[in-house]
Design a protein around this ligand. Structure first.
Ligand code: C2E
Ligand code: CA
Ligand code: CA
Ligand code: CA
Length: 274
């Protein structure tokens, strides 16, 4: 009996050790990956629901790790947030988009959205990064900061929000209706944009309760005069439903999958000629 128990506890210890070692090495690999150019910036078009034109993009990080291949953002972003590596990744995205500005549309109606973790709002860090990296480059096109709240953090500093508005940056709340994003955000953060999470888009025509939430979020945003983006639009039916209810922008595989930022101009040309 005893040797078996011993063996089992040794095995458990080994598994825990393995898991920890893997976590450690992955966060080390994130810092290494930034310097080794393993990260890439992809973008996904946002479609104006009224005109059908593309008048914005969301930037999405991709990571091709030398040892493990492609690693999904849902894996490395939460890890980067916990290991204080999220700000370097956001700065990487900003630098990349600034480098690509010459090939991106330069009209006032076009906007670029980046994902920013709530922790990056602490101590005005995001404002300083934008002042250094974005503002000198070009105030056109407009920048939208998509705030995702993954952990329950203390409320984002009000003054940071007003400073963002002062430098012409608009604020979106990502994944609205899920996780820690709550109704109190609307009062505290006064966002310019709400992004309806893809679980609510997926509910259209399939899940009565979540579809009711979708309808309520839409009318709530409209009453508060907040612009709406629906993400995860995969079917013509979903697109029509959201358009009929006055959602401003649609984003999803139905229109385009995320693509390398450098491929966007060719995609846009093709989309416009359709
Ligand atoms: P998100 O900001 O909600 O981004 C939307 C996610 O939905 C993206 O996943 C996108 O590829 C995916 N998506 C787009 N259209 C569709 C669709 O029609 N159907 C379905 N099923 N999915 C669709 P991705 O690129 O894997 O990113 C996952 C999450 O990782 C993002 O969710 C965001 O929270 C985070 N993330 C990605 N890039 C960054 C970044 O640069 N910084 C930060 N802080 N977070 C990032
Ligand atoms: Ca987002
Ligand atoms: Ca989202
Ligand atoms: Ca999401």
């Amino acid at each position: 009996q005893l040797p078996l128990a011993l063996l089992l506890s040794l095995l458990m210890g080994y598994i825990v050790w393995l898991a920890t070692a893997n976590r450690m090495s992955l966060s080390w690999q994130i810092s290494y990956g930034i310097t080794a150019n393993e990260f890439m910036v992809y973008c996904q078009p946002l479609i104006n629901a009224k005109t059908g034109e593309c008048d914005g993009i969301e930037l999405l990080l991709r990571w091709h790790n030398a040892r493990q291949g492609w690693i999904a953002p849902d894996v490395f972003i939460p890890l980067a947030e916990r290991q204080n590596l999220i700000a370097p990744l956001t700065r990487f995205v900003l630098n990349q988009v600034v480098a690509h500005l010459p090939i991106l549309p330069r009209c006032p109606s076009f906007h670029i959205a980046i994902n920013v973790a709530a922790s990056h709002f602490r101590n005005r860090a995001i404002v300083e990064d934008l002042q250094h990296l974005w503002w000198p480059a070009n105030p056109v096109p407009k920048l939208v900061v998509e705030l995702t709240e993954r952990d329950a953090l203390p409320v984002v500093d009000q003054s940071v929000i007003s400073q963002l508005h002062e430098i012409g940056v608009r604020l979106a709340i990502d994944d609205f209706g899920t996780g820690h994003s709550s109704l109190s955000y609307l009062k505290d953060l006064k966002p310019d944009v709400l992004k309806i999470d893809k679980i609510f888009t997926a509910a259209i025509g399939t899940d009565a309760i979540n579809a009711t939430v979708t309808d309520m979020v839409i009318s709530l945003a409209q009453r508060l005069n907040i612009s709406l983006v629906a993400e995860g639009v995969e079917t013509a039916e979903q697109a029509a439903y959201l358009r009929e209810r006055g959602v401003d922008h649609l984003q999803g595989y139905y229109y385009a999958r995320p693509m390398p930022l450098g491929d966007f101009p060719a995609w846009l040309e093709h989309h416009q000629s359709d």
